[in-house]
Design a protein around this ligand. Structure first.
Ligand SMILES: C[S@@+](CC[C@H](N)C(=O)[O-])C[C@H]1O[C@@H](n2cnc3c(N)ncnc32)[C@H](O)[C@@H]1O
Length: 218
């Protein structure tokens, strides 16, 4: 928990209820231990989508489809979402959750490793995604970044979730257990790169598990 639990609970008490189908999906995902976006991140994402009014959203890390369905509730009518997942059990659940007519029209699920898929998308649809939500394997964010840059047009928004890793990213490398040191240094490397890129303006926001909001300026 990055922010005091009392404050987070209070902020979350102000959040409006989800539509019933999303409420049900959120409940099931949490019961099954599927890591989905936290309540406070949901609201933040909703506000950013409402501000940006994107045409084409790309999500890296579908899990069972909660965040994609959540974004589809608040995006403009003519917007579409492409979302990437590689874990078979989650893919099956996501397909089921996207099976109604409305979701089928709006959400495309791409199956496989994000690094390969992002490379293909970058070749076939350069600068086509004006809102990218990155929520997959944290250690790979740095590898995804060059492809993400080829997909994001100037003015496009990149949101990255879980960048503060419950606050451990701010700790010294030596206070981190050996097991977590690789992810610690990879995340620091990613945050440094993102906040020092000429092409991007980035803010690191201590909400949920830490989120970055970046706008491509060049
Ligand atoms: C935190 S979960 C996504 C949660 C989802 N965005 C939500 O809030 O409902 C991360 C997902 O990314 C997937 N993932 C991790 N690395 C991946 C990769 N290289 N390619 C595709 N999917 C990946 C994992 O299998 C996992 O289901």
């Amino acid at each position: 928990m990055i922010v005091d639990e009392r404050i987070t609970d209070y902020i979350n008490s102000l959040v409006q209820e989800l539509p019933p189908s999303l409420r049900e999906l959120e409940k099931t995902a949490l019961l099954e231990g599927v890591p989905i976006i936290r309540k406070e991140t949901q609201t933040f994402l909703k506000v950013l989508i409402t501000m940006k009014q994107p045409k084409k959203i790309l999500e890296v890390g579908t899990a069972v489809g909660f965040s994609a369905l959540f974004m589809s509730e608040y995006m403009p009518e003519d917007c579409t979402i492409t979302t990437i997942e590689k874990m078979q059990v989650r893919l099956e659940k996501a397909k089921k959750n996207f099976s109604n007519v409305n979701s089928k029209e709006k959400i495309t699920l791409l199956e496989g490793d994000a690094l390969v898929i992002l490379g293909n998308l970058a070749k076939n649809e350069p600068f086509a995604y004006d809102f990218i939500f990155m929520d997959a394997a944290k250690a790979q964010y740095m590898n995804f970044l060059p492809e993400i840059m080829k997909l994001l047009p100037v003015g496009g928004i990149l949101i990255t979730d879980n960048v503060l890793q419950d606050g451990t990213v701010a700790e010294s490398r030596y206070s981190i257990t050996r097991r977590d040191r690789t992810i610690h240094s990879r995340m620091r490397e990613y945050l440094f790169a993102l906040t020092h890129m000429e092409e991007m303006e980035t803010s690191v926001v201590p909400i949920g598990d830490g989120v970055t909001v970046s706008v491509k300026i060049k």
